[in-house]
Structures are given as structure tokens and as C-alpha cells.
Design a protein around this ligand. Structure first.
Ligand code: 13P
Length: 252
């Protein structure tokens, strides 16, 4: 019912030249796996070139963030319309944006609304810090991130949203959450929080990804879980064989 989705978040890696050759290497393998929605999110500087390289391949392109305003005096920012020229997706509220660039549930909310209004699929990140995890606050925290981040969004728009659960302590650390543990957060906190906003059947139709040290060896475990519909992959998305194997593992 929910089509699996695997997105690669390249973060601040790869020049245009490096990005182009990485995509050329990945594309033959990725092209064939149509049963999985595949997305690459490179830095802004590579979006123009990669939009040409990916055209007609079935592999989607996403930005790693954007501003919510349409235009104006926001030095260094990129507007929804500018992202939409090249992309189908945009990552919103990644924990690194929240941590280093002062993003909040309130800015996430504005960005999600702006993405939906312009027809971009938002991949919205939630997840707890190590201290919050150890204090047993995970479920309350993600519940809050969902209810605040999605405030005022209609049920008719909600199914266009993709959520990514990324525990901060699992990002780039090699300490992935267990598949059962991650699934429990999705099943018992994230989906119920969305059901509160939009009703149970709408919440059942929304895709939720896991992210945090996903690799070629552990990916399948996550995808076998009831509520995990794919992955948001950092480090391993920069390696051709690993990323292709992760996408392959997501085949229904
Ligand atoms: P890693 O896969 O490198 O842990 O990064 C996860 C992530 O932050 C994806 O957005």
C-alpha cells in the first residue's frame, strides 16, 4: 500500500564534477529498481547538473533544505520556487539544521506548508537526542515534533508528506537503532500523532522512513518491520554498491 522510498542525503559532500560521476556510476543499478521510489539529495550547487543527468531515469532529486518565503532579502537562502525548478523533493528539519542552523518546529511547519503549496514532496525529519533517549523522552518528543511541525495542514495534503525518524544518536555514529526499537517509535508515537491530526486511515497511508547509520548490511532488517517504509541514508548513500544494495533491499 505504501510504496517504499529510499533517499540519499549527501549532506555537504561532492563538487559538481564528483556528483556527476557518482550519479553516472549509480544510475544503471538504480534505474532498474522501479518498485522503490529512489531519491538523491545533493548540495544545491549540483542540483542543476544532476536534474539533467537524472531526467527520464525514474530517480528523483531533492534539496536538503529551503526557505519558506517566495523571495526577498534572505541572503544565502533558496526559495521554494527555485528548488521546484529542479527537484521533486525537499528534506525539511534535519537534525543538523535544527542543531546548527536554529531550525525549530515552527520553521519546519512553515517550510512544510511552502513545500506542499508548490508541489514538492517534503521529507520531514524528527528524532531525539541521546540525552532525550536516555531519559525515556523519545515518544513524547517525536509526538511534539509531529503535532507542531504539521499544525494547520489539511488531511488532503498529509498523504503527500514523507516523515523520516532519525534518532540523533544514530546519525553518522555507526550506532544504528535496533529495527524493533525504531519500528516501535514509528508504530506507537509517530503514526498515532499523525492519526490525532488527520485520522487513522490517513495516517496509515503516510510513509515513514528510518535514518541513522543505515548500511547495506542492516537495511533489510528495517524494511521487514511493519511501519518502516524506507530509509533516509547519509554516509552509505555516497557509495555506489552500498546505496544500490539498500535500495534493492527495500523492494517489496
Ligand atoms: P548516516 O546514514 O550517515 O548515519 O546519516 C543519516 C542521516 O542523517 C540522513 O539524513
Amino acid at each position: 500500500m505504501r510504496k517504499p522510498l529510499v533517499a540519499g542525503n549527501w549532506k555537504m559532500n561532492k563538487t559538481v564534477e564528483q556528483a556527476t560521476s557518482l550519479v553516472q556510476e549509480m544510475l544503471p543499478g538504480l534505474k532498474k529498481i522501479n518498485e522503490v521510489e529512489r531519491v538523491i539529495c545533493p548540495p544545491f550547487t549540483s542540483l542543476v547538473t544532476l536534474s539533467v543527468a537524472l531526467a527520464g531515469s525514474g530517480v528523483g532529486l531533492g534539496a536538503q533544505t529551503m526557505h519558506w518565503e517566495a523571495s526577498g532579502a534572505f541572503t544565502g537562502e533558496v526559495a521554494p520556487q527555485m528548488v521546484k525548478e529542479f527537484c521533486q523533493y525537499v528534506i525539511i528539519g534535519h537534525s543538523e539544521r535544527r542543531q546548527y542552523f536554529a531550525e525549530t518546529d515552527e520553521t519546519v511547519n512553515k517550510k512544510v506548508k511552502a513545500a506542499l503549496a508548490i508541489g514538492l514532496t517534503p521529507i520531514v525529519c524528527v528524532g531525539e537526542s541521546l540525552a532525550q533517549y536516555e531519559a525515556g523522552e523519545t515518544k513524547a518528543l517525536v509526538n511534539h515534533q509531529i503535532s507542531e511541525g504539521f499544525k494547520g495542514i489539511e488531511a488532503s495534503d498529509a498523504t503527500k508528506i514523507v516523515v523520516a525518524y532519525e534518532p540523533i544518536w544514530a546519525i553518522g555514529t555507526g550506532k544504528a537503532a535496533t529495527s524493533e526499537g525504531a519500528n516501535a517509535v514509528l508504530r506507537d508515537a509517530i503514526r498515532p500523532a499523525m492519526a490525532q491530526l488527520w485520522g487513522k486511515s490517513t495516517a496509515e497511508g503516510i510513509r515513514i522512513l528510518y535514518g541513522g547509520s543505515v548500511n547495506a548490511a542492516n537495511a533489510a532488517e528495517y524494511f521487514h518491520q511493519s511501519d518502516i517504509d524506507g530509509a533516509l541514508v547519509g554516509g552509505a548513500s555516497l557509495k555506489v554498491a552500498d546505496f544500490t544494495a539498500i535500495v534493492e533491499a527495500a523492494r517489496p
